[in-house]
Ligand binder design. Structure first.
Ligand code: FES
Length: 188
């Protein structure tokens, strides 16, 4: 209980992010701040280690002046929000019709075997999290997957080997979700 309280107290956007949150909220008429929830959650996920804990969602609710449950509902509806800690790279494989017909299932099976985890899990070294998601609007280049901001298309097992190798070499801190700078320049 005490830990949760102190964790809550420590959750605060840095000043530049807070300025951005208020700028996003100002786009909507008074009383309609809930409409800012998606960009604010993206920003929260980018700022707080790639996932949205309950205290982070409570903090977002307090900023928007809405009930925490309203934030939980939205965050749990969209697959791009992570509700538990994730690895440095979150791999999201599309499993909807066209991708499925083009072999998405084989792609998932191959990744599970290669990474030694099941869908929904993170590798013990904290490098990769594997998820399956619905259509990412790139059906013409199926099967495909998204990692952070990047789409990887026309996937084959050979291509996956290359892609995983590249991510392993990447030393950036956060490539699992939208980069903070990108969000800030987009929303500024
Ligand atoms: S079905 Fe996979 S991107 Fe549309």
């Amino acid at each position: 209980m005490h830990d949760l309280m102190s964790e809550k107290k420590n959750i605060k956007f840095p000043e530049d992010a807070l300025v951005l949150v208020h700028r996003i909220m100002a786009r909507y008429p008074p009383g309609r701040q809930k409409s800012a929830i998606l960009p604010v959650l993206h920003l929260a996920q980018a700022e707080f280690d790639g996932w949205l804990s309950s205290p982070v969602m409570d903090y977002v609710a307090s900023l928007l002046g809405i009930k925490p449950i309203e934030v939980y509902e939205v965050a749990s509806f969209y697959s791009m929000f992570n509700l538990k800690p994730v690895g440095k790279c979150v791999i999201e494989v599309c499993r909807t019709g066209p991708c499925w017909l083009m072999g998405a299932e084989d792609i998932v099976t191959y990744l599970e075997k290669k990474l030694g985890i099941k869908t929904g899990e993170t590798t013990p070294d904290g490098m990769f999290t594997l998820k399956t998601v619905e259509c990412l609007a790139s059906c013409g280049t199926a099967p495909m997957m998204q990692v952070g901001e990047k789409y990887h298309e026309n996937l084959t097992c050979e291509k996956l080997d290359e892609i995983l190798g590249e991510y392993r070499k990447n030393t950036e801190d956060h490539i699992s979700h939208w980069a903070k700078d990108k969000i800030k320049s987009k929303e500024a």
